[in-house]
Ligand binder design. Structure first.
Ligand code: CA
Length: 454
C-alpha cells in the first residue's frame, strides 16, 4: 500500500505543475462511457470482423487508444466499485469480487466509500449518471447516495432492453431514488437521450457524465429484436432473451454493438453542438470482457481476438478491454501499450479537476495525465485480480494465474498473448516471488475490508 501511495503521489507531483494551474482555471468536463461485457475485439478499431463501429473508431483515430487496458474485475460490480473509488474493490469486502445480487439482498457499495462523483461534486461539478449501476439495490446504496446529482437507469445486473424488467421479474428503471414509470423505447436510446439532455443542461458549468450502458450485456436484444420479459415472471433460468439460433448469437450482439456506436456518435455530436469538445475528456471503455459462449448452447457471442478466456475468468479475455481517451486539441492521436487499469480513472479525474490528493484517503490507481497528454511512460507496477478462489498477478509482461487449487500458471504475454504455454515449471523463483506479492496484497486488502464489514 505504501508503495502504491508513494508512486501515485510522485506521479501527481510530476504532472501537477503542468496541469494544476490550467485545471483550476478551466476545469474540463469528463464523459465516461462504459459499455457492459464488451469484448476486446468487439469494435472495429480493436479488430472486430463483424461489427461496424464508425463513431468509436473515429474517437480512437483522433485520440489515444490503449491496447493493454484492464478492468479491475472480470464482472460488472467489481470494476464499477473500483472505478468509482480508485481502489481495489476487494477493500470493500469479498462480495465486491463478483456480481452483486438483488435476489440475495446484497448491500451495495458502503456509504463511507468516497466516490469520484462525491469528490467532483464537492469541487463544483454537476454529476449525472445514466445507465446501469449494479452497486446496490436500494437507498442508501443508490447513485444519488454516492455523489450523483441525477440518475436514470437500472440498478440490477440486467434488464429487458424493451420492457426494463429485471431477471427476477421486477420493473427496474429508476429516476434518482424512486422507480420511474416505464418510459417505452430501447434502453440504449433512453440512456443516450438522457445523456444528451444532461450535456445541454450543464453546458455552462463543469460536469462529470457517467454513461454506463447496459449494452452489450444479455438479454441479447438488438433494437429490432422482440421484447422478452414481463413483470411478475422469473427469468433466472431464461435470462438471455429470445435467441432462435443459440449456435449464433452474433447477429443480436452486432445490432447491440452498432446501437452502442450510434450512442457514442450522438454524445459526441451533442458535445460538438454545444461547443464543448475542446474542454471535455471523453473515455470509452468496457467493465469486463465479453462472452464467447454461455452454458445452454449459446455460441458466437463476443469477439476477443487472440485472447484466452472470457467474462468471469482471469485470463486476458476476462479483463483486457478496449479503452479510448479523446480530447481534440489536447490528446494527440496515438496507440499506447502502457499497462493501465480501470481504477486509474479516479486519480486522473481528480488531477484534471485540480483537486489535491487527500493523503488520509489514499487510492490504488495512478494518475494517467502524463501518459494521455504527454505520452510519458508510467512507473512499473503490479496489478492483482481476485474473484472467489481465482487469483492473478501481472508484472511487466509476466502474468501468474492461480485457479483455485489447480497448479499455478505463468505466462509471458509479450510472447504469448493467448496464454497457451505455462512457464511456471521453468521459472520457479519468479513464481515464488509473485505468489509472495499476491499474499501480501491479499493481506492488505482483506485488512481494509474488515473495517467495512463491521
Ligand atoms: Ca459486465
Amino acid at each position: 500500500m505504501k508503495l502504491h501511495l508513494a508512486t501515485s503521489l510522485a506521479a501527481l507531483a510530476l504532472t501537477a505543475s503542468v496541469f494544476a494551474a490550467a485545471a483550476e482555471e478551466k476545469r474540463p468536463n469528463i464523459v465516461l462511457i462504459m459499455a457492459d461485457d464488451l469484448g476486446y475485439g468487439d469494435v472495429g478499431c480493436y479488430g472486430s470482423t463483424v461489427n461496424r463501429t464508425p463513431h468509436i473508431d473515429q474517437l480512437a483515430a483522433g485520440g489515444l487508444r490503449l491496447t493493454d487496458f484492464h478492468t479491475n474485475g472480470p464482472m460488472c460490480s467489481p470494476t464499477r466499485a473500483a472505478m468509482l473509488t480508485g481502489q481495489y474493490q476487494s477493500r470493500f469486502g469479498r462480495r465486491f469480487e463478483a456480481a452483486l445480487s438483488g435476489a440475495n439482498h446484497d448491500p451495495g457499495l458502503p456509504p463511507a466509500a468516497v466516490t469520484i462523483a462525491e469528490v467532483l461534486r464537492a469541487k463544483g461539478y454537476a454529476t449525472g449518471m445514466f445507465g446501469k449501476w449494479h452497486l446496490g439495490y436500494e437507498s442508501p446504496y443508490l447513485p444519488t447516495d454516492q455523489g450523483f446529482d441525477e440518475f436514470r437507469g437500472l440498478v440490477s445486473g440486467d434488464g429487458d432492453f424493451h420492457t426494463r424488467v429485471d431477471r427476477s421479474g421486477n420493473p427496474d428503471w429508476w429516476r434518482n431514488k424512486t422507480l420511474s414509470e416505464e418510459p417505452g423505447g430501447y434502453t440504449t436510446d433512453l440512456i443516450t437521450k438522457d445523456s444528451v439532455t444532461f450535456i445541454e443542461n450543464h453546458r455552462d458549468e463543469p460536469f462529470f457524465l457517467y454513461v454506463p450502458h447496459l449494452a452489450i450485456h444479455f438479454p441479447w436484444q438488438g433494437p429490432e429484436d422482440p421484447p422478452h420479459r414481463e413483470v411478475g415472471k422469473d427469468y433466472q433460468k431464461d435470462k438471455w432473451g429470445i435467441i432462435p439460433d443459440r449456435s449464433n448469437v452474433s447477429p443480436h450482439v452486432t445490432a447491440m454493438v452498432e446501437s452502442l456506436d450510434r450512442s457514442v456518435g450522438e454524445i459526441i455530436a451533442a458535445l460538438e453542438k454545444n461547443d464543448l469538445t475542446r474542454n471535455t475528456l471523453v473515455i470509452f471503455t468496457s467493465d469486463n470482457g465479453g462472452y464467447r459462449d454461455y452454458a445452454g448452447g449459446f455460441e458466437n457471442i463476443s469477439e476477443m481476438g487472440p485472447l484466452r478466456g472470457q467474462k468471469a475468468t482471469l485470463y486476458e479475455g476476462g479483463h483486457r478491454v478496449p479503452a479510448i481517451f479523446s480530447w481534440p486539441g489536447t490528446i494527440a492521436p496515438a496507440v499506447s501499450d502502457e499497462l493501465v487499469m480501470t481504477f486509474d480513472l479516479f486519480p486522473t479525474f481528480i488531477e484534471l479537476a485540480g483537486i489535491p490528493v487527500d493523503s488520509e484517503k489514499p487510492f490504488d490507481g495512478t494518475n494517467l495525465t502524463g501518459l494521455i497528454f504527454e505520452e510519458e511512460p508510467l512507473a512499473p507496477r503490479r496489478f492483482f485480480w481476485r474473484m472467489r478462489a481465482d487469483k492473478a498477478v501481472r508484472e511487466g509482461q509476466w502474468k501468474l494465474v492461480q485457479r483455485g487449487k489447480r497448479p499455478v500458471e505463468l505466462y509471458h504475454l509479450g510472447n504469448d498473448i493467448g496464454e497457451t504455454t505455462n512457464l511456471a515449471a521453468s521459472e520457479p523463483e519468479l513464481v515464488g516471488r509473485l505468489l509472495g506479492e499476491l499474499a501480501k496484497w491479499e493481506a492488505d486488502v482483506d485488512r481494509t475490508a474488515r473495517t467495512f464489514e463491521n
